[in-house]
Design a protein around this ligand. Structure first.
Ligand code: COI
Length: 352
């Protein structure tokens, strides 16, 4: 791998005590081109603008995918959380977008080399991490709708704090109303920018009504809960953890997977199945709705304090974080920050 170091670090200009999400970028970035039917030798170069043609096909037809994973300061080491799982999902997304497969060794070695070079950018404050954003885009300059012959894979990193300004305080959600995020067979389970572009307008409307995010309902019956766009969603009803099943319209979250794994380990009853908004309203009325929380790499475990569906307002756990939400948060972040033993082999470590 070719490495070109920056002559002038930008680190001193960053307020590490007050990190928000995704506003600052570390000194270097990785880049690897795909041409002649193979991925070429990757390089790490100073972070900066890239020069591309306005005819580059991904600008026009969106043939691109991205990932998001995190590195955590753990005292004597940096822990990257479940990178193999993110690699697996990256390739599943690539397949749906006709982007060439990347092998695990290349994906992980690029990330490891980049984080190692910018190791001082991994923040040390509570709740902070280095967010790692791999992405790949089609680079052929061509205006016909077709699969590109060439691609560029890049990785940038960003020291981050909490994704939502609420932090661990509960967020407020509103159901999707007139809008649909995904339909079966579409792109809903793929980490591609189109999903996020489609969510922007409804998310703005939600924000204008005082809600943090949209809770997406299914596109056919308009009642089954899907996800929140920036995170998956879990309900605790009658001591059962219920989360929508992965039927093709929902992003298969790695934090969701970790929560399901832990729930099974802890003997908590878990159901992955369709759950309708009316079941949640009903549980709330009966007093059996105990907790609602989102799971995501950026969001971690994010308690939900209120859900609005049409004229119904569901208040959850008096706007406080639930016991189980807190337990998942403590276990997952405990492993990430090296405070708990990594019993499940979830971290890839870089020793300091
Ligand atoms: C993540 O959780 O990593 C995401 O990609 C969600 C969001 C920042 C788009």
């Amino acid at each position: 791998m070719k490495i070109e170091k920056t002559l002038q670090s930008k680190r001193h200009g960053v307020d590490f005590e007050n990190l928000k999400f995704g506003e600052r970028f570390s000194d270097h970035m990785a880049s690897c081109e795909y041409r002649d039917d193979k991925w070429q030798t990757p390089e790490i170069i100073p972070f900066g603008n890239i020069s591309v043609s306005p005819a580059m096909c991904c600008f026009h037809y969106g043939q691109m995918v991205f990932e998001g994973l995190k590195a955590f300061y753990a005292g004597d080491r940096i822990n990257i959380f479940r990178p193999e799982k993110y690699h697996e999902r990256h390739n599943r997304s690539c397949k749906r977008l006709c982007i060439p497969y990347m092998d695990q060794e290349l994906f992980l070695s690029v990330i490891k080399a980049l984080v190692t070079l910018d190791i001082d950018w991994v923040p040390r404050g509570s709740g902070t991490s280095l967010y790692i954003r791999p992405f790949v885009f089609a680079t052929e300059n061509f205006l016909g709708v077709k699969v590109s012959d060439t691609y560029r894979f890049m990785v940038i990193t960003s020291p981050v704090g909490a994704y939502y300004k609420e932090g661990l305080n509960p967020v407020k959600l509103i159901t999707s109303g007139a809008y649909t995020r995904a339909a079966r067979g579409g792109l809903g389970e793929v980490k591609t920018p189109a999903n996020y572009a489609a969510s922007l307008f409804p998310a703005e409307e939600a924000k204008n009504k005082g809600y943090t995010q949209v809770l997406w309902l299914d596109g056919i019956e308009d009642k089954f809960i899907e996800e929140v766009g920036t995170m998956n969603i879990c309900f605790v009803i009658n001591d059962i953890l219920i989360t929508p099943s992965l039927d093709g319209t929902i992003l298969p979250g790695i934090t969701r997977d970790s929560v399901i794994f832990l729930a099974k380990e802890w003997g908590i009853k878990i159901e992955e199945r369709p759950i309708s908004i009316y079941e949640v309203i009903d549980a709330s009325k009966k007093g059996t709705l105990q907790e609602v929380f989102g799971t995501g790499t950026a969001a971690v475990i994010s308690p939900v304090g209120e859900i609005r569906h049409k004229d119904e307002i569901i208040m959850v756990n008096n706007g406080r974080i639930g016991e189980l939400s807190q337990k998942f948060y403590d276990e997952i972040t405990g492993i990430q920050y090296g405070k708990l033993k990594d019993k499940y082999g979830w971290t890839m470590s870089i020793l300091l």
